[in-house]
Every structure is written in C-alpha cells, then in structure tokens.
Design a protein around this ligand. Structure first.
Ligand SMILES: [Ca+2]
Length: 254
C-alpha cells in the first residue's frame, strides 16, 4: 500500500519527457513510421495530468490522515481529530462523518476532555425536540447515521426544574412510579423500569418539596436511542405543581 503515495514523488521526472518531446517536431516531418512515436508523445503529454492527479490525491490522503477540523479539512469525528491532534483544546470544529466531499460538513462541539466526544445541541427555537449544529443548522440525517455508526456510546443530560413534582425517585412513596419517560431517536421508550442507562446525577425533585431540580444522564451503548426525541412527564396536574426542563447536548463517543 505505501506504493501509491510514491509516484507523486517523481513529478520531477515530468521534466524528463521534455527531451522526448523533441521528436514532436520530427513528427510533423512528412515521412511515415511516426505513428508509434506520436502515440508515445501523447502518452507523455498525458503523464503531466496523471502526476497532477496523483499529487492532488496525495494531498487528499494527507488531509484525511491529518484533518484540521476546519470547514475545508474536516475530521470524521471529534475522536479522529483528537487522535491526529492531541494538543487541540475543547471547542468548536468541523466534522464530516460521511467523508468524501466536505460540502456537507458541519460544526460541532468537541469535548476532548471527555475522551473526544462529538456534541450536537437541542434546538431551543424548536417546539418539539430537534437538534442542530453549533451554527443552528439542522443536522443532515445521513450525517447523523454515519456519526452513530462511528460511535460506541452516546450521552445526554436532561435537567428537570420542579416545584412539588417528582422527576425520578419519589422519596415519599419510595418508588419510581412517576419517573420521567423518554422517547429515543429509535422510537424506544426508556425510563427507570426498562433501561440501565439512565442515572440521576442529582435528584432534588425526589422530595417533592418547594423548588428543586433533578439532573438525569442517559449514557447508553444503544447509540440509536440518542438524541432524545421526546419526554413524558408523569407527576403533573395538581395545583401548585410546576415544572420546566432543559435538554443538554447529545454527545457521541467513538
Ligand atoms: Ca461529506
């Protein structure tokens, strides 16, 4: 395999055909037996283009090997970017999970500290749950599919702000009957009773007293579950009950 990159080296040899091009003049001389020579000349003329192509191919390969996370030279994922640039700080970078043309690349948040997570955001302007890149553009579903294929786990936080409303554990009844239920991207319903992947990082709403908040983290090996598509709230309807929620970024780790 190392062979192919070699040929671009010879571009210097492009000069060599020059002397051979001198027969070009003789080619115009009327006498025959030049047909073969003419073919050769055409071949050598074509070599220029071949070397240019090889050179551009070499540059493409270099770009793939050392992505910069820029719009023109995006990485496949943040994890890939971290592998080629371990020195890069957490921040916003361009990725192109489906590779090929970079015209459909998009900008994400790379959490290198967390091991190279690729994060997209919930769209605050959307009424339902939908997701956008850091520039607020909707994410192409093909790119989303590729990002999932390149990931081994996915993580997303959900913060519930409550006033006398349970989000996860119900401390008074000591059960999880009123736990929030989520709808995954794969249409799977997940909650306390059927998923081992949801953890309460903080569960202030469990006491059902005054204002508090609960932070749930979905950290799943079932990549298709994220990002969350919907949430169902159970403990609501009584007077004095209030709630609000915030959907955290969905982060994919390769
Ligand atoms: Ca692409």
């Amino acid at each position: 395999m190392p062979g192919p990159p070699g040929p671009p080296g010879p571009p210097g040899e492009v000069i060599q055909p020059l002397p051979i091009q001198s027969p070009k003049k003789t080619r115009r001389s009327p006498e025959g037996m030049m047909a073969d020579a003419a073919d050769n000349i055409l071949d050598y003329d074509g070599m220029d283009e071949i070397f240019v192509s090889l050179n551009s191919l070499k540059q493409d390969i270099e770009r793939m090997k050392y992505p910069e996370g820029s719009q023109n030279n995006p990485a496949r994922t943040c994890k890939d970017l971290q592998l080629s640039h371990p020195e890069f700080p957490d921040g916003e970078y361009w990725i192109d999970p489906n590779q090929g043309c970079s015209g459909d690349s998009f900008k994400v948040y790379c959490n290198f500290t967390a091991g190279g997570e690729t994060c997209i955001y919930a769209d605050k302007k959307s009424e339902g749950l939908s997701y956008v890149d850091v520039e607020g553009n909707n994410i192409n579903q093909v790119q989303m599919t590729f990002l999932r294929l390149l990931s081994a786990s996915a993580r997303q936080n959900f913060t519930y702000s409550c006033h006398q409303s349970v989000a996860w554990h119900d401390a008074v009844s000591n059960n999880y009957d009123k736990a929030l239920r989520f709808l995954g991207s794969n249409d799977e319903e997940i909650s306390y009773d059927n998923s081992p992947f949801i953890t309460a990082l903080h569960d202030g709403c469990a006491l059902r007293k005054g204002y508090a908040r609960t932070v749930l983290e979905i950290n799943t090996l079932k990549i298709d579950q994220l990002p969350l598509a919907d949430v169902m709230i159970s403990d609501f309807g009584d007077q004095n009950q209030k709630f609000g929620f915030e959907v955290g970024p969905a982060c994919f780790l390769g």
